[in-house]
Design a protein around this ligand. Structure first.
Ligand SMILES: Cc1cc2nc3c(=O)[nH]c(=O)nc-3n(C[C@H](O)[C@H](O)[C@H](O)COP(=O)(O)O)c2cc1C
Length: 199
Protein backbone atom coordinates (compact mmCIF):
# COMPACT_ATOMS: atom_id res chain seq x y z
CA UNK A 1 0.00 0.00 0.00
CA UNK A 2 2.82 2.34 1.00
CA UNK A 3 4.66 1.49 -2.24
CA UNK A 4 1.53 2.20 -4.28
CA UNK A 5 1.24 5.64 -2.68
CA UNK A 6 4.89 6.38 -3.51
CA UNK A 7 4.36 5.22 -7.09
CA UNK A 8 1.27 7.40 -7.42
CA UNK A 9 3.13 10.42 -6.04
CA UNK A 10 5.98 9.80 -8.51
CA UNK A 11 3.56 9.53 -11.45
CA UNK A 12 1.74 12.72 -10.38
CA UNK A 13 4.99 14.66 -10.10
CA UNK A 14 6.25 13.42 -13.51
CA UNK A 15 2.92 14.41 -15.08
CA UNK A 16 3.09 17.84 -13.42
CA UNK A 17 6.64 18.33 -14.72
CA UNK A 18 5.79 17.32 -18.27
CA UNK A 19 2.79 19.69 -18.21
CA UNK A 20 4.91 22.71 -17.36
CA UNK A 21 8.56 22.02 -18.27
CA UNK A 22 9.68 21.56 -21.86
CA UNK A 23 12.99 19.80 -22.39
CA UNK A 24 15.10 21.65 -24.96
CA UNK A 25 17.45 19.93 -27.41
CA UNK A 26 21.00 19.78 -26.05
CA UNK A 27 22.83 23.05 -26.86
CA UNK A 28 25.48 22.85 -29.58
CA UNK A 29 28.55 23.99 -27.66
CA UNK A 30 31.28 23.18 -30.16
CA UNK A 31 32.10 24.39 -33.65
CA UNK A 32 30.42 27.36 -35.26
CA UNK A 33 31.79 30.54 -36.77
CA UNK A 34 35.22 31.73 -35.55
CA UNK A 35 34.68 34.21 -32.71
CA UNK A 36 36.51 37.09 -34.46
CA UNK A 37 34.24 36.76 -37.49
CA UNK A 38 31.16 36.72 -35.26
CA UNK A 39 32.36 39.89 -33.51
CA UNK A 40 32.86 41.68 -36.79
CA UNK A 41 29.33 40.72 -37.92
CA UNK A 42 27.62 41.70 -34.63
CA UNK A 43 25.00 44.38 -35.11
CA UNK A 44 21.51 45.48 -34.06
CA UNK A 45 18.63 44.83 -36.48
CA UNK A 46 15.12 46.22 -36.55
CA UNK A 47 13.86 44.81 -39.88
CA UNK A 48 12.59 41.27 -39.43
CA UNK A 49 10.88 38.62 -41.54
CA UNK A 50 8.05 37.76 -39.13
CA UNK A 51 7.03 34.63 -41.02
CA UNK A 52 10.15 32.66 -40.12
CA UNK A 53 10.05 30.80 -36.79
CA UNK A 54 13.06 30.19 -34.57
CA UNK A 55 13.96 26.52 -34.24
CA UNK A 56 14.08 24.78 -30.84
CA UNK A 57 17.76 24.15 -31.47
CA UNK A 58 18.36 27.89 -31.87
CA UNK A 59 16.31 28.57 -28.73
CA UNK A 60 18.43 26.06 -26.82
CA UNK A 61 21.67 27.54 -28.19
CA UNK A 62 20.50 31.09 -27.39
CA UNK A 63 19.59 30.17 -23.80
CA UNK A 64 22.92 28.45 -23.36
CA UNK A 65 24.82 31.42 -24.85
CA UNK A 66 22.99 33.77 -22.48
CA UNK A 67 23.17 31.79 -19.27
CA UNK A 68 24.02 28.14 -19.86
CA UNK A 69 26.11 26.03 -17.53
CA UNK A 70 29.74 25.47 -18.47
CA UNK A 71 31.90 23.86 -15.75
CA UNK A 72 31.93 23.55 -11.95
CA UNK A 73 28.42 24.97 -11.71
CA UNK A 74 29.54 28.15 -13.49
CA UNK A 75 27.83 29.89 -16.41
CA UNK A 76 28.70 31.31 -19.85
CA UNK A 77 28.77 34.68 -18.05
CA UNK A 78 30.82 35.44 -14.95
CA UNK A 79 29.18 37.24 -12.03
CA UNK A 80 30.80 39.30 -9.28
CA UNK A 81 31.54 37.05 -6.28
CA UNK A 82 29.84 34.28 -8.30
CA UNK A 83 26.46 35.54 -7.10
CA UNK A 84 24.76 34.16 -10.24
CA UNK A 85 21.97 36.74 -10.05
CA UNK A 86 20.70 36.30 -13.62
CA UNK A 87 17.53 34.58 -14.88
CA UNK A 88 16.44 34.26 -18.47
CA UNK A 89 12.80 34.40 -19.57
CA UNK A 90 11.43 33.89 -23.08
CA UNK A 91 8.42 35.60 -24.63
CA UNK A 92 7.04 33.86 -27.72
CA UNK A 93 3.76 34.08 -29.64
CA UNK A 94 2.26 31.39 -27.42
CA UNK A 95 3.75 31.69 -23.95
CA UNK A 96 6.14 33.17 -21.42
CA UNK A 97 8.66 30.72 -19.98
CA UNK A 98 11.67 30.59 -17.71
CA UNK A 99 14.94 28.91 -18.70
CA UNK A 100 16.30 26.40 -16.20
CA UNK A 101 20.02 25.97 -16.99
CA UNK A 102 20.46 22.92 -14.73
CA UNK A 103 17.87 20.82 -16.57
CA UNK A 104 18.00 22.63 -19.95
CA UNK A 105 14.23 23.07 -19.74
CA UNK A 106 11.68 25.85 -20.11
CA UNK A 107 9.04 26.23 -17.42
CA UNK A 108 5.83 27.84 -18.60
CA UNK A 109 5.02 30.95 -16.59
CA UNK A 110 2.00 32.16 -18.57
CA UNK A 111 0.16 30.90 -21.63
CA UNK A 112 -0.75 33.39 -24.34
CA UNK A 113 0.79 36.08 -26.55
CA UNK A 114 2.40 38.77 -24.37
CA UNK A 115 4.67 40.19 -27.06
CA UNK A 116 3.00 43.60 -26.91
CA UNK A 117 4.49 43.94 -23.41
CA UNK A 118 7.94 43.03 -24.73
CA UNK A 119 8.29 46.47 -26.27
CA UNK A 120 6.52 49.39 -27.90
CA UNK A 121 8.59 49.08 -31.08
CA UNK A 122 6.48 47.20 -33.61
CA UNK A 123 9.12 44.60 -34.51
CA UNK A 124 9.35 43.49 -30.87
CA UNK A 125 5.65 42.65 -30.89
CA UNK A 126 5.87 40.61 -34.09
CA UNK A 127 9.15 38.70 -33.97
CA UNK A 128 9.00 35.11 -32.71
CA UNK A 129 11.25 35.61 -29.70
CA UNK A 130 12.10 38.15 -27.01
CA UNK A 131 14.62 37.23 -24.32
CA UNK A 132 14.12 38.95 -20.96
CA UNK A 133 17.11 39.47 -18.66
CA UNK A 134 16.13 39.46 -14.98
CA UNK A 135 18.44 40.03 -12.03
CA UNK A 136 17.90 39.07 -8.41
CA UNK A 137 18.77 42.28 -6.55
CA UNK A 138 19.10 40.39 -3.26
CA UNK A 139 21.74 38.05 -4.66
CA UNK A 140 23.61 41.03 -6.16
CA UNK A 141 22.84 44.48 -4.76
CA UNK A 142 25.43 46.39 -6.80
CA UNK A 143 23.66 47.81 -9.87
CA UNK A 144 26.90 48.15 -11.83
CA UNK A 145 27.65 44.48 -11.34
CA UNK A 146 24.08 43.60 -12.31
CA UNK A 147 24.57 45.67 -15.47
CA UNK A 148 27.77 43.84 -16.30
CA UNK A 149 26.06 40.46 -15.96
CA UNK A 150 23.20 41.35 -18.26
CA UNK A 151 25.48 43.15 -20.74
CA UNK A 152 27.71 40.10 -21.05
CA UNK A 153 24.73 37.76 -21.50
CA UNK A 154 23.27 40.07 -24.13
CA UNK A 155 26.59 40.22 -25.99
CA UNK A 156 26.71 36.40 -26.03
CA UNK A 157 23.27 36.42 -27.64
CA UNK A 158 24.43 39.03 -30.17
CA UNK A 159 27.46 36.90 -31.07
CA UNK A 160 25.46 33.68 -31.39
CA UNK A 161 22.97 35.50 -33.65
CA UNK A 162 25.76 36.95 -35.78
CA UNK A 163 27.32 33.50 -36.12
CA UNK A 164 24.17 31.79 -37.45
CA UNK A 165 22.57 34.65 -39.41
CA UNK A 166 19.83 35.51 -36.91
CA UNK A 167 18.88 39.15 -36.33
CA UNK A 168 18.74 40.72 -32.88
CA UNK A 169 18.59 43.96 -30.91
CA UNK A 170 18.81 44.51 -27.17
CA UNK A 171 16.25 46.98 -25.84
CA UNK A 172 15.81 49.13 -22.80
CA UNK A 173 12.29 49.98 -24.00
CA UNK A 174 9.75 47.49 -22.67
CA UNK A 175 6.57 47.60 -20.60
CA UNK A 176 8.11 48.22 -17.18
CA UNK A 177 4.80 48.11 -15.39
CA UNK A 178 3.17 45.01 -16.87
CA UNK A 179 6.13 42.78 -17.71
CA UNK A 180 7.29 42.05 -14.12
CA UNK A 181 3.71 40.98 -13.30
CA UNK A 182 3.43 38.79 -16.39
CA UNK A 183 6.73 37.13 -15.50
CA UNK A 184 5.44 36.71 -11.91
CA UNK A 185 8.63 38.25 -10.53
CA UNK A 186 9.19 38.69 -6.82
CA UNK A 187 9.87 42.13 -5.26
CA UNK A 188 13.62 41.66 -5.42
CA UNK A 189 13.70 40.63 -9.08
CA UNK A 190 14.19 43.32 -11.71
CA UNK A 191 14.11 43.30 -15.51
CA UNK A 192 17.13 45.12 -16.92
CA UNK A 193 16.85 44.55 -20.66
CA UNK A 194 14.85 42.66 -23.30
CA UNK A 195 16.46 41.30 -26.45
CA UNK A 196 14.49 40.67 -29.64
CA UNK A 197 15.58 37.79 -31.86
CA UNK A 198 14.30 36.82 -35.31
CA UNK A 199 15.13 36.39 -38.98
C1 LIG B 1 21.57 49.22 -22.98
C2 LIG B 1 21.04 49.31 -24.39
C3 LIG B 1 19.70 49.64 -24.58
C4 LIG B 1 19.18 49.70 -25.89
N1 LIG B 1 17.85 49.94 -26.06
C5 LIG B 1 17.33 49.92 -27.32
C6 LIG B 1 15.93 50.06 -27.53
O1 LIG B 1 15.13 50.19 -26.59
N2 LIG B 1 15.48 50.00 -28.81
C7 LIG B 1 16.31 49.80 -29.88
O2 LIG B 1 15.82 49.75 -31.00
N3 LIG B 1 17.64 49.67 -29.71
C8 LIG B 1 18.18 49.70 -28.46
N4 LIG B 1 19.51 49.49 -28.28
C9 LIG B 1 20.38 49.19 -29.44
C10 LIG B 1 21.30 50.37 -29.77
O3 LIG B 1 20.54 51.39 -30.38
C11 LIG B 1 22.42 49.88 -30.70
O4 LIG B 1 23.22 48.96 -30.01
C12 LIG B 1 23.26 51.04 -31.19
O5 LIG B 1 22.54 51.85 -32.06
C13 LIG B 1 24.52 50.56 -31.88
O6 LIG B 1 24.20 49.74 -32.99
P1 LIG B 1 24.81 48.27 -33.14
O7 LIG B 1 24.30 47.45 -31.98
O8 LIG B 1 24.29 47.76 -34.47
O9 LIG B 1 26.29 48.39 -33.10
C14 LIG B 1 20.04 49.45 -27.00
C15 LIG B 1 21.39 49.13 -26.77
C16 LIG B 1 21.88 49.04 -25.50
C17 LIG B 1 23.34 48.66 -25.31
Amino acid sequence: MKLNKCLLAAIVSVCAMSATAEVLPAPQTTGGMPIMEAMSLRQSSRNYDYSQPITKQDISNLCWAAWGLTHDGKHTVGTAMNRQELSIYLITATEVSRFNPESNTLTTIAKGDFRENAGKQEFAQKTPLNIVFVVDTEKQKNVEFQGYTVGAASQNVYLYCASVGLKTVVRGMFDREALPKILKLSENERILLVQTVGH
